[in-house]
Design a protein around this ligand. Structure first.
Ligand code: PMP
Length: 403
């Protein structure tokens, strides 16, 4: 069997996060490992009503094959939503995808040849790394601070890699760090991409889940020459199981992506698209998103306060204004993969940060998710991690004193 696999099969790593999620599925484990939205907030009853309405009025059409570009009324709604955040587009510039994960994969197919260079934040979204690696791309990581990618560092990397195909960025409440690219840097990123003739893929699943601070226009808002390809999704504001995301880009790019999508799956789920469009017609999704924001704000606050209370002092962490994640930096002598194993002994799960660095360098970071755990359990879970970290610290201090 082994000899039959294509070369690229060697490049597909099992996603570490998925492997970790399997271990953490046991009910006794408090899991901060996944990136799951709070399931209790899914608008189940409203979706039942929308579903009924679709089956009554468009039953056959919703179960039939449909166009690759996506259901037009849904694309119209997406265009309206994008307009409210400063993106001017028309439905022809919008392609519905099976989650934004498919958008990432299609963009890899469209733009990447073996050995091509991608510029990205350090760290960056794990499943984008895994997706682009299949196309044998090289990653150039750009350092970040609490306000996102550093523009001087980006310029230096663009100078050194003049043939880089695109900058892949998650500017809002980034996965994994929870950090947000500040306004001036958004403008600057577009200027630099223009100056060095590079594309930008702006992956924005979390922008609408802002629970404090001031909303920022997307990077695409500053795009004057069609070099920003914008991705978003219904996964974090609605329901990830529906698998609905979208790409907004220039018509020519969309046409090419449509051809690749046709090869991949003909079109995204017709039924999901119609149910979602019906929901948007019958209800105000903004009211729903407001509820998500309230709950995530509370959970994030509880997690930050618990970290402050239970973690050792020499540990730093991000303070997100939205999204799903907190990023923790441990002292450099600590290895978060070992911390993960130790935490699992105490039935609490984290994700070691190493997987989020495409060139795998930093071992002292970890990601925590707060969206899918209630406040009481967050306090207990963080307390347990704090005990593990304090024990590790004491061990290190003892050894160093002896030496
Ligand atoms: N991009 C980023 C940055 C993500 O965090 C995720 C999901 N965790 C995705 C894309 C994919 O989301 P989906 O396919 O559910 O739209």
């Amino acid at each position: 069997m082994h000899g039959k696999y294509a070369e690229r099969a060697k490049l597909t790593r099992h996603s570490e996060t998925r492997e970790i999620l399997k271990v953490t599925e046991h009910p006794e484990v408090i899991s901060f490992a996944g990136g799951l939205p709070a399931a209790e907030l899914f608008p189940v009853e409203e979706l039942r009503i929308a579903c009924d309405a679709v089956l009554k009025t468009d039953g056959a059409a919703s179960l039939q094959y449909s166009t690759t570009e996506g259901y037009l009324p849904l694309r119209n709604e997406i265009v309206k939503r994008m307009d409210t955040i400063g993106i001017k587009a028309n439905p022809q510039q919008t392609l519905i995808t099976s989650g934004s994960q498919q958008a990432i994969d299609l963009l890899g197919k469209l733009f990447l040849d073996e050995g091509d260079t991608i510029i990205c934040e350090s760290p960056t979204y794990l499943a984008a790394i895994n997706s682009f690696k299949v196309y044998k791309a090289n990653f150039v990581e750009v350092e970040m601070d609490e306000d996102g990618m550093l523009m001087e560092a980006l310029e230096e990397k663009l100078q050194k890699n003049s043939k880089a195909k695109f900058i892949y960025t998650v500017p809002d409440f980034q996965n994994p760090t929870g950090r947000t690219l500040k306004l001036e840097r958004r403008k600057r990123m577009v200027e630099l991409a223009s100056q060095y003739d590079c594309l930008i893929i702006e992956d924005n699943p979390y922008g609408a889940v802002r629970f404090s601070g001031t909303p920022l226009p997307p990077v695409k808002h500053f795009d004057m020459d069609g070099r920003v390809i914008y991705l978003s999704t219904f996964s974090k504001i609605f329901a990830p199981g529906l698998r609905l995301g979208w790409i907004c880009a220039d018509n020519i790019i969309i046409e090419k992506l449509v051809a690749f999508k046709q090869i991949a799956d003909l079109h995204s789920d017709s039924f999901s698209q119609r149910i979602t469009a019906k929901y948007l017609e019958l209800y105000d999704i903004e009211n729903h998103i407001k509820k998500i924001r309230v709950v995530y704000k509370e959970r994030c606050k509880t997690m930050l306060e618990s970290i402050d209370r239970f973690f050792p002092d020499n540990i730093s962490y991000s303070k997100p204004e939205g999204g799903l994640f907190i990023w923790v930096e441990l002292p450099t002598f600590m290895d978060s993969s070992k911390i993960f194993m130790e935490c699992m002994q105490h039935d609490v799960a984290i994700v070691p940060g190493i997987s989020f660095f495409p060139n795998s360098t930093k071992t002292n970071t970890l990601r925590l998710n707060y969206s899918n755990t209630n406040s009481e359990t967050i306090i207990e879970g963080i307390k347990r991690i704090g005990e593990v970290l304090n024990r590790e610290l004491q061990k290190y201090n003892r050894i160093n004193k002896v030496i």
